[in-house]
Design a protein around this ligand. Structure first.
Ligand code: CP
Length: 326
């Protein structure tokens, strides 16, 4: 894998490879020293032109756990504030000869453009309404961890699909992994032609009882330039996932940040069906796996039981993808 720009570029085997690699990194998190030398001496630039808590912190921590040198630049407070263009910013940061640039931008296609301007591998950490591939990969990983293979699983993605890069990446990833995906929400927030990604469409939650997993989306007020719904209160009445709508065997996901009391009720966010915290934890492992696959990957990871699980440790560490502690 040279770059990670879109889920469209990955087939099922490649998604499974990243999930297997992430699973192998879970063991590193249980060590006293949660660090391996895999990317020692390599430089990773994290460049965020939009707000982020989860993606920026987990990519930075992932790079540090792999022993890479990390340069984090936020557009606010950088020379972007003085009018420096994206192309000049990339040229400037590329002078440090980074191996990878992780970029979030409000512009669809920005990551793909950056890949033409630098020798570094480029990871799309969210580009406008287009894609958020690392989010979809961590969601696949989280789901497999909780329900097993996704073949035949029914996943409803509910809410502001129109403005959601997460929805576009997740539909593609879930369908590729064999799930049956339905997107649901008010007609104004469901883009025309979304079915071409392989999902069904519903405009109400009448049949949501059939879902194994309900994936709620954030109402993206910052991307709405006119009223898509009469009010958030009315949206919540018709589409909020709450204790009344949630069945006893259903699981709930959300990419975060959540508008509490809008797309999800507080008792669902904090209840036993919620995988939201598990998603965040998976984000670290999956982003370690993405950086590993891009910068050092190639071979299929061995099962977790063979990594650090006794036996001849000296021979294992010779070829282990994660190696001994740094
Ligand atoms: N899910 C997600 O991308 O969250 P952040 O905006 O906090 O990175």
């Amino acid at each position: 894998m040279r770059h990670l720009l879109s889920i469209e570029d990955l087939d099922r085997g490649e998604i499974e490879l990243i999930c297997d690699r992430a699973r192998s990194f879970a063991e590193v998190g249980r060590r006293d020293i949660k660090k391996v030398p895999t990317l020692r001496g390599r430089t990773i630039v994290s460049l965020f032109y939009e707000a982020s808590t989860r993606t920026s912190s987990s990519f930075e921590l992932a790079a540090k756990r792999l022993s890479a040198d990390v340069v984090s630049v936020k557009s606010v407070g950088s020379s972007v504030d003085k009018g420096e263009s994206l192309r000049d910013t990339i040229a400037t940061l590329s002078a440090y000869e980074p191996e990878a640039i992780v970029i979030r931008s409000p512009e669809a296609g920005a990551a793909a453009l950056v890949a033409n301007w630098t020798e570094a591998a480029v990871v799309n950490a969210g580009d406008g309404k287009h894609e958020h591939p690392s989010q979809a990969l961590l969601d696949v990983y989280t789901l497999i961890d909780h329900v097993g293979p996704l073949d035949g699983k029914r996943i409803w993605i509910v809410g502001d699909v129109a403005h959601s890069r997460v929805a576009r990446s997740c539909i593609r990833a879930f369908v590729t992994m064999g799930a049956e995906v339905t997107v649901a929400g008010p007609p104004t927030l469901i883009p025309r032609g979304i079915e071409t990604l392989g999902c069904e469409v519903a405009y109400d939650l009448g049949d949501i009882g059939e879902a194994d997993v309900i994936y709620a989306l954030r109402m993206q007020k910052e991307r709405m330039n006119h009223a898509f719904v009469p009010s958030l209160r009315e949206y919540a009445v018709n589409y909020q996932i709450n204790g009344r709508r949630l069945g006893p065997r259903q699981l709930v996901m959300h990419p975060g940040p959540v508008n509490r009391g809008v797309e999800l009720s507080p008792e669902v966010i904090d209840g036993p069906a919620s995988l939201i915290t598990a998603q965040v934890a998976s984000g670290l492992l999956v982003r370690m796996a993405i950086l590993y696959e891009i910068l050092a990957g190639g071979e299929r990871p061995r099962p977790l039981s063979r990594i650090g699980g006794g036996g001849d440790r000296s021979r294992e560490s010779e070829s282990s993808p994660i190696g001994e502690p740094a």
